[in-house]
Design a protein around this ligand. Structure first.
Ligand code: CP
Ligand code: NVA
Length: 334
């Protein structure tokens, strides 16, 4: 049956079938080609979207904003200091107001329940721009990037996520890999292996048993063997900055290095990262932490800049995939 995502929200990849995810990836490939050809789109003409950011962003904000403008729509940006949302007005009331004025809502913040409530009460498509337990638009961009660089189907690929294996990116990858029948390993310290959410693991294992995916969580470095992708993320996610000392101690052995890439046995292994990244001391936070005695780099500068690294392709693909999500769920035609 033809895929039709009109009117749907995009809260987590767990809500979509493999065919629906395939459809959004194919649409993103097409939209990328259209953008490269300099063709202005019209599929979001007359559509107004609101972008709610309770946490900061570079890529996600830019992608929603440029994406909607590229297709003829109009964005409104609201950050946590510039509306009544969540302070003087409940999520339910705000959602009902946005639903009267806009055609779609992007939300970035901590709570997955909040993004679900926005969808429940607004009556219009809501798109998850990151929560504490998911980052589904990032996974679409990463899959698109893999398809551009790896000459085999996603279902034959192995992704190893290294580092803070109980964060939003690790869980988002579990969901994506389970759905697309991929091999996924969350590789991190033993103490974090035990903190990975068992309810999430049960849910992804149920999906994996249908799709043929394999989802593992381990502290055993032999899991790196045969990886097509080594993926990492910053050690202290937004809101976790006070935990930097413990995180550095715990995660330093999991810094992505050339030696770690070599352990995959795959000289063409891709290094991937959602960004932002600490790979040198050219940021205020990395420099401040260095003064305090903490090296917060989760990857060496050599790997970040190596021929294996596709991090800026991923960043660009945020635009094409986020645009695909908006066009699929809200577009006038596609
Ligand atoms: N990867 C990502 O979500 O980047 P931003 O935080 O800049 O949006
Ligand atoms: N885990 C990171 C992802 C940033 C895109 C965070 O939540 O800050």
């Amino acid at each position: 049956m033809a895929v039709n995502l009109k009117g749907r929200s995009f809260l987590t990849l767990m809500d979509f079938t493999p065919e629906e995810i395939r459809y959004m990836l194919d649409l993103a490939h097409d939209l990328k080609a259209k953008k490269r050809a300099g063709i202005q789109g019209h599929t979001l003409e007359g559509k107004n979207i609101v972008m709610l950011f309770e946490k900061t962003s570079t890529r996600t904000r830019s992608s929603f904003e440029v994406g909607v403008l590229d297709e003829g729509g109009h964005p409104t940006f609201i950050d946590k200091n510039s509306s009544q949302f969540g302070k003087k007005e409940s999520v339910e009331d705000s959602a009902r107001v946005f639903g009267r004025m806009y055609d779609g809502i992007e939300y970035r913040g901590s709570s997955q329940k909040l993004v679900e409530d926005l969808a429940k009460y607004s009556g219009i498509p809501v798109w998850n721009g990151l929560t504490d337990v998911d980052h589904p638009t990032q996974i679409l961009a990463d899959m698109l990037t893999m398809e551009e660089h790896i000459a085999k189907p996603l279902a034959k690929c192995k992704v190893v996520f290294v580092g803070d294996i109980r964060n939003n990116m690790s869980y988002a990858w579990m969901y994506g890999c389970a759905k697309m029948g991929m091999d996924f390993v969350a590789y991190g310290p033993e103490e974090l292996v035990n903190q990975v959410d068992r309810t999430i693991l049960k849910r992804v294992d149920d999906v994996a048993s249908d799709t043929g995916a394999v989802i593992q969580v381990t502290s055993d470095p032999s899991a790196l063997e045969g990886a097509d992708v080594i993926y990492t993320d910053i050690w202290a996610s937004m809101g976790e900055e006070a935990e930097i000392p413990q995180k550095v101690k715990m995660l330093s052995p999991f810094k992505v290095t050339r030696e770690m890439l070599d352990m995959t046995g795959n000289e063409d292994v891709l290094f991937m990262h959602c960004l932002p990244s600490f790979h040198d001391f050219e940021t205020a936070m990395a420099a401040e932490q260095k003064e305090l005695g903490y090296d917060i780099r989760e990857v060496t500068d050599e790997v970040f800049r190596s021929r294996n690294s596709v991090v800026f392709d991923e960043a660009e693909n945020r635009l094409h995939t986020i645009k695909a999500v908006m066009v699929a769920t809200l577009g006038n035609q596609n």
